[in-house]
Design a protein around this ligand. Structure first.
Ligand SMILES: NC(=O)c1ccc[n+]([C@@H]2O[C@H](COP(=O)([O-])OP(=O)(O)OC[C@H]3O[C@@H](n4cnc5c(N)ncnc54)[C@H](OP(=O)(O)O)[C@@H]3O)[C@@H](O)[C@H]2O)c1
Length: 270
């Protein structure tokens, strides 16, 4: 993917994910933005995860990708997050070359499994200016204990974790620790790889939900964004209309505590 970037960046690109309309974030005070805890830098709260839907050889999908990016990017300013499986210098070099940049905004260690995993190399790369922030990721619940160990000991700037309206395990174990160590949180799989849309197929948004969400995507994303510990959601999409839909979750009211409980009760009845 060819991405033009200027020095200031705002979107979140993860594994090939991109992001949010920075220009909007700067000019529209009503958009939901969040401060990165370790720096105070503000990001638009909706980005784009490209790890699944963009990883395809299908030409029609690849052509749609360019339009998705146009829907997302008001200017050529992106906050780019990428991931490495290991602290492997050669792989980082290849990744930077593919992204056509000397620096990514966020460099994440992907799928942390070892509770003793060191982030020393990632910290060195940050000191050398190859990334501005470092993070860790996992969507494997069996590895959450390892994530907690590394998060608590190494205190990365970000943790990227599985969180959606119908998969709320992290509310009890990862989010409190992230808050304690001042790590920003990116939610991977905010739609459970589309599982949530399948659960509500043929159903209308209830009236009490229409107060804050006029589409199911916004309903699902606003549940996540109404938790102040969430820095950004990074849903995947290869559909430009869906990208615009998802970005709309940054507008209008967010559900309050009572409405959040109602959302959980609603999804649990399906
Ligand atoms: N360990 C890790 O670090 C890890 C693991 C997994 C995922 N992730 C991150 O999470 C990101 C998202 O994961 P994902 O894409 O697999 O799952 P997802 O965001 O939960 O769901 C994507 C699915 O939702 C659909 N969708 C998106 N917006 C929609 C809308 N407005 N209306 C209806 N359908 C919509 C997409 O279809 P369309 O294409 O038709 O829109 C796609 O099928 C990845 O790109 C990656 O960055 C990280």
């Amino acid at each position: 993917m060819t991405i033009r970037m200027s020095r200031r960046k705002f979107a979140v690109l993860s594994g090939a994910a991109l992001l949010a309309p920075p220009a909007l974030a700067q000019t529209d005070a009503s958009l939901v933005t969040r401060a990165i805890p370790s720096s105070g830098e503000r990001l638009p709260a909706v980005g784009l995860g490209t790890a699944q839907v963009f990883d395809t050889a299908n030409e029609a999908t690849r052509q749609k990708v360019a339009v998705v990016l146009q829907a997302l990017i008001a200017r050529d300013k992106l906050f780019i997050a990428t991931k490495l499986e290991e602290p492997d210098a050669a792989e980082l070099k290849r990744s930077l070359a593919r992204l056509k940049t000397a620096q990514v905004d966020l460099l994440q260690l992907h799928n942390v499994r070892n509770p003793r995993q060191s982030l020393a190399q990632f910290k060195d790369w940050k000191a050398q200016g190859m990334c501005r922030y470092i993070g860790i990721t996992s969507t494997f619940h069996g590895d959450f204990a390892a994530i907690e160990s590394v998060l608590g000991r190494e205190k990365p700037d970000f943790v990227q974790i599985d969180y959606s309206l119908d998969e709320r395990t992290v509310e009890k174990r990862i989010l409190p620790l992230a808050s304690e160590v001042k790590a920003g949180v990116l939610t991977a799989l905010p739609f459970g790889r589309g599982r949530l849309f399948r659960a509500v197929r043929g159903k209308e948004i209830p009236d009490w939900g229409r107060v804050f969400a006029d589409s199911w995507a916004r309903f699902f994303l606003k549940y996540l964004l109404s938790d102040p510990r969430i820095t950004a959601v990074i849903p995947g999409t290869s559909d430009p209309a869906h990208m615009t839909d998802n970005l709309g979750a940054m507008r209008g009211p967010l559900p309050d505590a009572d409405q959040r409980l109602r959302m959980v009760a609603f999804i649990e009845t399906l």
